[in-house]
Design a protein around this ligand. Structure first.
Ligand code: PMT
Length: 216
């Protein structure tokens, strides 16, 4: 096991949870992320002495000890907060399930249900991970890939396309792992073609193993 001060002096920025894209004052678009995986990563990094900034969408979890938790709602809020804290970061982990799209416009009054069909236009959200990976002075960039098929193919595509150092692929078609469960199973692909398989276990153990792989 790594020593307790292994990450002393390092700043890690981690995103967690879903984002919430508001349609009108009472409705939003979101997803099933509970934040458990991202919070476990924050806890594991802080336990090894890192200064951790955890930027999370709406979840019902307590901040882990010694972690600076910043609560946000939308993808744009999450991007703004990450960019505010990233300049001295050694590591960035994008564990959040960021909504890929948001409504093209926010309807200021509650939409009335007086039509048979409702059409809402969506526009693409900014990609937080890619934005960080494009910085001149960039941290070590770790992504997650939530896939329901062709795990390796899509994960490797994201690793390359977003110019990451490492990507953690989880198969979210398996209801026992991934979104909202206490356990996960992850295949890690590195930039240099190395692969590590982390067998199914609780998210806290997966998080410790991932932090170990990142700092090694
Ligand atoms: O929160 P839990 O319930 O514990 O569940 C954990 C998890 C399944 C959410 C987590 O393990 C996970 O897989 N997170 C990433 C989910 C996801 O959105 O994957 P993606 O394949 O759509 O995105 C790829 C990567 O780009 C991710 O690192 C994501 O954070 C990042 N991204 C995506 C879109 C966007 N606009 N900005 C981003 O930064």
């Amino acid at each position: 096991y790594p020593a307790q001060d292994t990450l002393q002096g390092q700043h890690w920025v981690i995103t967690a949870g879903p984002t919430r894209e508001q349609i009108d004052p009472v409705r939003f678009l979101s997803n099933n992320s509970s934040g458990k995986m991202g919070f476990a990563l924050a806890k594991a990094a802080a336990r090894l002495g890192a200064k951790v900034t955890l930027v999370s969408g709406p979840v019902s979890l307590e901040a882990p000890p010694a972690v600076n938790l910043i609560k946000v709602k939308s993808a744009q809020d999450m991007l703004d907060s990450v960019m505010e804290h990233i300049s001295d970061a050694r590591v960035f982990i994008g564990c959040a399930a960021v909504a890929d799209y948001r409504p093209a416009e926010f309807i200021a009054q509650k939409i009335k249900k007086n039509t048979q069909e409702l059409h809402v236009d969506f526009v693409k959200n900014p990609d937080i991970l890619q934005t960080v990976a494009e910085l001149k002075q960039r941290p070590f960039c770790v992504g997650f890939a939530a896939e329901t098929q062709k795990l390796e193919h899509y994960a490797k595509d994201k690793l390359k396309r977003k110019n990451l150092d490492m990507i953690c692929a989880n198969n979210v078609a398996n209801g026992k792992i991934g979104f909202d469960s206490d356990e996960n199973a992850v295949t890690v692909f590195f930039k240099n073609d190395r692969t590590e398989v982390l067998q199914q276990c609780c998210k806290h153990k997966i998080a410790s193993q991932l932090v170990y792989l990142i700092q090694k």
